[in-house]
Write a new protein. Structure first.
Length: 364
């Protein structure tokens, strides 16, 4: 496996020792206006199987970035494994919101509040911070009705409720559960590293938008984690049932993972459960394909979301892993139209890449 040298100008940290430069990103998505290509979104794609083989790629599959919210399904695994989910009677629908970046719709708020009630805590214990609901209709309703925006509307409140359930079950302190060196975050760090095929010390730790630890690693390891989740029988026995339960929750309740307008939620819904998927901030999106036993990670290098759906859906088309009718739905189409203020179509957002056959294997 080729090593990647991930250097930060503000740090002397090297992700791994290496002797060669990383591969450049590939143009993934073009934005046209009339006859000209006006903009390009570059990035990286890794398609990996559950044995760690890099099957297909674009750009650099060893590109190092943060897992962001695409890591959430794996942060749920230790919560299930610990027995907390069963002890507190957390439903499959509530389990889904623990893995969510939800849009603050009523169904999400109700599920998070239900989890908190079951563990004997309230909203004041959430340390995820506050932002307006991602769903614009919900945000407008709160403003119109004078309803205060509180932490439960934060898109990470389900994850935080899950961490509080875990801390309560384990007897850990709850007042510092977001801290990098708290028992909760150390357990999450180790759990994510394990499923990604890495030693914990090889995972770069930062701070996510909601205050908890976020994990930096090559996108190939992210894809590998999704492949392993898609092949639960190949996981250590203690993780097999937790893996089945979290993917089942995601597929059965896709609206709980994002919301009615969320690309990932609509992908799981429109593909009739052929895939499970979870997006993350800064242009990251990951997919697991159970019938093929593969995982996919797509990273838009500029961190923007404009070309992400196009890049992901074209990857799924090239791999032939979702029903053809999936692409006919506007929420999961490959090509999007550029419109002006008069709603005239003046251009397109379309893919401009091919997948190259991979020739490497992760050291897992």
């Amino acid at each position: 496996m080729r090593s990647l040298c991930a250097y930060s100008p503000n740090s002397s940290m090297l992700y791994e020792e290496c002797s060669e430069l990383p591969t450049m990103s590939a143009p993934l998505v073009q934005v046209t206006r009339g006859e000209l290509v006006e903009s390009l979104h570059r990035g990286h794609i890794a398609v990996v199987d559950c044995r760690g083989n890099v099957l297909w790629q674009a750009g650099d599959p060893m590109y190092v970035t943060y897992f962001r919210s695409s890591a959430k399904p794996f942060q749920v695994l230790p919560i299930i494994e610990s027995g907390a989910v069963d002890r507190f009677g957390i439903t499959e629908r509530e389990l889904a919101v623990m893995a969510a970046s939800h849009h603050g719709e009523d169904c999400h708020v109700e599920a998070v509040m239900s989890i908190l009630g079951k563990i004997g805590l309230d909203e004041s214990c959430l340390k995820c911070g506050v932002h307006r609901p991602t769903n614009p209709t919900q945000a407008a309703r709160l403003a119109r009705e004078g309803i205060p925006v509180t932490p439960v509307f934060n898109n990470c409140s389900g994850k935080h409720a899950g961490m509080l359930a875990y801390a309560t079950h384990k007897g850990y302190p709850i007042d510092n559960y977001v801290d990098k060196e708290s028992l909760v975050q150390i357990d999450m760090w180790k759990a994510v590293a394990e499923i990604c095929g890495l030693l914990p010390e090889k995972v770069v730790r930062g701070v996510d938008g909601c205050g908890v630890v976020v994990f930096g690693m090559p996108i190939a390891n992210m894809a590998y984690a999704y492949a392993r989740l898609a092949c639960p029988d190949m996981l250590p026995e203690r993780l097999r049932e937790p893996a089945r339960r979290v993917t089942s929750a995601m597929v059965e309740y896709p609206e709980m993972i994002g919301g009615t307008l969320d690309f990932g939620s609509n992908l799981m819904k429109n593909s009739k459960g052929a895939v499970f998927a979870k997006g993350g901030a800064e242009g990251l999106f990951c997919v697991g394909v159970p019938k093929r036993g593969i995982g996919i990670a797509v990273k838009i290098e500029d961190g923007g979301s404009r070309g992400l759906q196009t890049a992901v859906m074209e990857t799924l088309r090239l791999l032939d892993v979702v029903p053809q009718e999936t692409f006919a739905e506007p929420q999961t189409s490959i090509v999007a139209f550029v419109r002006n203020c008069r709603e005239d179509v003046v251009g397109e957002i379309s893919p401009c890449f091919e997948l190259a056959e991979g020739n490497s294997r992760l050291s897992v």
